[in-house]
Structure formats: structure tokens, C-alpha cells
Design a protein around this ligand. Sequence first.
Ligand SMILES: [Zn+2]
Ligand SMILES: [Zn+2]
Ligand SMILES: [Zn+2]
Length: 504
Amino acid sequence: MTMSESVWARVDLRPIGIGGKADGAVLQALHAGEGLLMFLRFEAIYAMLSAAAVEAEVGLDAVDRRVVDVFANVAREVSTVLCVAASTADRQVNLAVEAVERLPQVARLMRDGVISVAAFGDIVLQATGVADADLIAAVDTATAADLREMGGVSRTDAANAARRSVAEVDPDGVRERRQMRGKAVTVSHDVDGSDVTIATTPEDAAVIDASLNVVADAVCGNDSRTRGVRRHDAAVALLTRGEFVCDCGDDDCAATAPESVVSDRFAKVVVHVVADAATLDGDSEKAGWLDGYGVLDAHHVREVAARSDAVMRPLDLAGLADGTAQPGNSYRPTAACDTAVRAVFGTCTDPGCARPAWRCDLDHQIEFNHDEPAAGGATCPCNLNPKCRFHHLLKTFGTGWVDDQVVDANGVIWTEVTTPTGFTMRSRARNQWLLPDLGLVPCRHGETVAPGVVDDETQPERARTRTQAKHAHRMRIRSRRRYARACAEAARLVTAEEDGEPPL
Ligand SMILES: [Zn+2]
Ligand SMILES: [Zn+2]
Ligand SMILES: [Zn+2]
């Protein structure tokens, strides 16, 4: 059969909303269809495997998956039909077994378009180490229940949900597997260059990451390198006891700092971990959260807390009820409010963006009114969420988009974004499980009656006075151009830079 004869081209998809005017809803339907087709593919592969096992007169559970007659034969057929390498075909058969035998509830999320095919693969990876049948069933149930209600599940969200289920269902197994994972530095070479890989713990990786940024950012505005290259040069300098200097060529460059200043900067490297007191005390196996990494199992949280360089700060939610903004500056949240909001969302709240919360701006969902703070958007967990600089710009200056944030009757915090074509994505705060009571902290502010014009931090200029109003049209165009430029610039930097870091 050639492609032109494929029955798919003749299927009428209009009854299910595909084929008319293209918009967000159509895109979503097509995305869901991919998941359904892959689910059906896995079922088919599994059925072939079962049939081959019957043929070979072995029970499927007794099949040694290296036995040529059964597993390899089916894998070879997959390889032949799909024209893929043997290793890819093996993986397909393995995923089929996972979808049918080990993670059937999660697989149904893929069938229903709740998670992508790639996210399913990520969940399988997280659950690989769980061998016990009862435990994997519990992981399947917990992960599926969590993701089904989440809304807008990215691959990172899927992996974190699975990691949390595994951590809480199988804490001993997780701890064992984590401790078996080796630490090493390896060097490999290929035709055009070489790689140095450090296999280490998530917390040390986070510290290294933050430290490289600290050094890499210590240059003046005339440095010619991208941030990715500066991070590389900083790493090489630190590992070889070399010097990291600004490359502007100016002998008097203020950025070329003496050793003492560099050490001072290092002292300011902070990596945030949020966990329950009960977890720290060893009374609970509830997981914690490491900013920039994700879910940490309870034992791991206790290990990190026991480090000599760890600083512990209680997060007082009861105290938060008495004040969410700093006294004297109602635009700035208190430290507790700031921490709680970043922790409960975990990442930038734009669907699909995995930028760690502590590298984001805290955005007032409804704009703060600097002239009349009590009338504008409140500095309160109900109206604050993290947005990376790129998405903060998009939210502030984008046209045709509507953002919202709601706390439902159960204290669950949701963000919502409606696209210009009218598609609404509603997402639960990713780490609602981490701080389930945050949304129940009573608000101490009134209704918003007069939101501010635009968020102060990113606003190029304000269009509020009468004089300025005369130029409203021109300003709109200017701001649109500025917005387009800012987006292009941010997109350029995101692509150009190794770690996808937007400009700060
Ligand atoms: Zn310089
Ligand atoms: Zn973002
Ligand atoms: Zn509030």
C-alpha cells in the first residue's frame, strides 16, 4: 500500500471537529488523536505478542523477553513494518507491555488525550525501577489520578507526577536505586569536539548550575559571548584554576572582579528546597521539591537538609494570613508569600514552560495599581504566580490573550489562559500537593475595582495621563513593535543559548 492509498486520507473527521477552520480546539483534537492512535498501536503490538506466546505454547508472563521466538519475533515485525532500527522496535514492544500490563491507567490518559505520547514514555522511564506488582499498580493509580485532574500536562509535569508517586509508594526502592547510581566525571570525544559529563546528585547539579550563572554573568555589557559560551568558559576556568574574565578588551573593565568579590558572589548561590516539617522529622514519606529539578523523595529531602551548608527556614502559612505584602510597599510580597507562591507553582505558569519558579518574576495576575494599591490587583497568593521573563513579556504586551487565576472552593489554585482563537487551557498549580493549604489562607483585600494599566516592572511606558492618552494609538503601535522586538530577541537568545536561558 502506498501513502496515496492510505485510508486515513479518506476518513471524514469533520464530525469530531477536525477539517473545518483551524484553531486551538482543532489543534487539541489532533493532538488527542495522536495519543489514541499510539494507544491502539500499543494494544495491537501487545495482541501480536500474546498471539505469538500462544503459538509458542508459553504463557506471556513466562516469556523470557530475550527468547527469539516470541518477543524478538514480534519486535522484528514492528521493525520491518515501521522501518525502524531493532532497538527502536524493542522499545515499542516494551512500551506496549508497559501500556497494557504495568501502567494501564496512565496509558488511558494517553488514549484520552490528557498526556502526550512522549509524556507516556517519560512516565514509563520514571517507573522502570518499580518491580513489585502491587507497587506498580499503586504508582499507576496515583499518577493517573493526579494527571487526570491537572489540566495542560507537559512532559515535565508528567515526569514529576510519576516521580512523586514512585517516591511516596516505594520510598525504600527509590532510596536504594538512588544510592546505587554512581557519581563520575566522564570525557568523550567525537569528530568535532569533546564532552565532559558530570554524573552527580540533583542538588549538586543545581548548585553547579547556579554557580556557573553567577560567574558567567560577572561580565560587562560589552562582552561578546553568549551566556552558554560564558557558562562553558566559567566551568573550564573553575575546574582548571584558570581565570574567567570579561572579553571586552577594556583594561579598566569593572566586571573583572578580584577573587574576594567572586567568593562573595558564590556565597550568594542559593538552591531552594521546599518540604513538610513532618518529612524533615522523618514522620512522613511525603516528597519535597527542589527548584530547577523537581520532586525529591522524602529520604533525599532529609539528606539535603543534613548538609552542612543547608539553611532551614520555616514557612509560616498561619502568619501569611496576617500579611502577604511587605509593610510600606504593598507591591512587594513578603518573603513567606514569595516562597509559598513559587513553591506551589514550581515553574513558570505558562503551559509547557519548565523554567524553575525561583528564576521567574512573580507576576500580579491582575495588574497592581501603583496609584491606588487597594483598588488594583492584590499582592496575595490568589493573584500572584511565577512567569519567566519571556512569558511575562508575552502576558504583559500580547494582544488577544486572556489570563486568569482562580482559587476554587476547595482552596485549589488554578491558572487559565485563553488563546486568540478562543481555546482555554486551565491548569492546576503544579505543586498543589506540596502546599495544599495555601489556597485556603484567607484574603485580606477587597475586590479589584481598578486594575493597574500594566505591570510596572516590564512596562516600557505608561499610558495613563490625559496627555499620554492623546498618543494612545501611536503608543499602542510602538508597544506592539517593542513587544515583537522583545519576543524576537528573547526567542533568539533562547535558541542561541545552550541552556535556553532567557535574558535577565
Ligand atoms: Zn568588560
Ligand atoms: Zn515561561
Ligand atoms: Zn487574595
